[in-house]
Write a protein that binds this ligand. Structure first.
Ligand code: NAD
Ligand code: ISE
Length: 335
């Protein structure tokens, strides 16, 4: 069976995922697209074999030739489209964030729980990255003992002018929150956010930021976001356990020799750094849906939990205080 996918939002990542679905992976075709900017959607559709352009996301979700929905529009629009897909009983892969507030995420959880089976998957692609998977395997094997601390470095060479103060938390560190929860297998209990001496390339942004999170068992997670670090896109991770440490290797990097030195070239951006992870993420999603198993990757609960941490993080950023994190009851659907 070929999975017929409709894509809402044909901007940067929408186009990249369409390329992935149509040129890299098997088992799926893109049969519909829509974008608030119709011209962009039409241009994208013109490069596809058999894709209709829909006037709205709702029309696309209702289309008979769309089996599953991929939401790649701006964050504030995600809740509406994910809810519409659930109402239509169609699986929906939603790029991060699941929605932009914990309340909106809860609305999605309530709708999915009422539907009775998982339809939603969130685009936390790091869980599919080979290096992260190896790191998790080492942690789970007990080789470094019980984890006590985890460092998660998230560096972007630059960010666009539209990048606001909160985005270091809600747009960038949201990935670190998710992957730390997944690596350590537990929820967060509190967060503090401290701004470093500002990077002169960052304008009015508070950049870099250091976020110190505590898990329920007391593991400290420190997340560094540096979003104007110029030299490249660099993702770090190191767990400190009772008996040793384990760090993400520089997988995919290129060793350079120049000016009598040996160095490591780093990818330019997230597309290159996570290219294989996006492929695995989508292939597993397609197989899960095609086999009738249903969404099995990052859930609405995972999207919600990350958003609650974001919300607390923004409060911690502005108050300078330690802000507690409370998720409430986890529906059985996600256990
Ligand atoms: P983008 O601005 O390049 O593209 C977004 C597109 O959505 C635009 O073409 C815009 O016209 C369209 N759009 C906006 N509102 C819409 C609506 N109501 N209906 C239909 N289309 C609408 O942004 P992007 O970088 O592609 O990001 C899109 C989403 O993907 C964001 O949620 C972002 O956080 C996420 N993202 C995830 C990753 C990742 O690493 N997983 C990387 C980049 C972006
Ligand atoms: C972007 O939206 C992503 O999700 C990237 O993975 C992240 O590194 C970047 O900071 C975000 O802006």
């Amino acid at each position: 069976m070929t999975l017929r996918v409709g894509v809402i939002g044909t901007g940067m990542i929408g186009q990249d995922h369409i390329r992935r679905l149509t040129e890299v992976l098997s088992g799926a075709e893109v049969t519909g697209v829509t974008d608030a900017n119709r011209e962009v959607a039409e241009e994208v559709a013109s490069r596809l074999k058999n894709a209709s352009v829909h006037a709205t996301g709702e029309d696309l979700i209702a289309a008979d030739d769309v089996d599953a929905v991929l939401v790649c529009s701006w964050g504030p629009t995600h809740e509406t489209y994910v809810l519409a897909a659930i109402a239509a009983g169609k699986p929906v892969f939603c790029e991060k964030p699941l929605a932009t507030t914990p309340e909106a995420c809860r609305n999605i959880i309530d709708a999915e729980v009422a539907f009775g089976r998982r339809l939603v998957q969130v685009g936390f692609m790091r869980r599919y990255d080979a290096a992260y998977r190896s790191l998790k395997a080492v942690i789970d094997s007990g080789e470094v003992g019980a984890p006590l601390m985890y460092y998660s470095g998230h560096r972007n060479p630059s960010v666009p002018d539209t990048y606001t103060r909160d985005m270091a938390i809600v747009d960038t560190a949201v990935h670190d929150f998710d992957v730390s929860r997944w690596l350590l297998g537990e929820e967060f209990a509190a967060i503090r956010v401290i701004a470093a001496k500002p990077n002169r390339h960052g304008g009015d942004l508070q950049d870099p930021l250091l976020m110190i999170l505590e898990t329920e068992s007391g593991v400290l997670v420190n997340v560094e976001t540096s979003v104007n670090i110029k030299y490249g896109y660099d993702i770090r991770g190191e767990v400190v356990g009772e008996d040793g440490t384990a760090a993400l290797a520089d997988r995919g990097h290129v060793i350079l020799r120049s000016a009598s030195r040996v160095g490591v070239a780093v990818p330019e951006d997230w597309r290159e750094r996570f290219i294989a992870a996006y492929d695995v993420e989508f292939q597993e999603w397609i197989h899960a849906l095609a086999s009738g198993e249903g969404a099995s990757g990052p859930s609405a609960w995972d999207g919600y939990a990350a958003q609650v941490v974001c919300d607390a993080g923004v409060k911690a950023l502005y108050s300078g205080e330690r802000v507690e994190i409370e998720l409430g009851d986890k529906p059985a659907l996600y256990s």
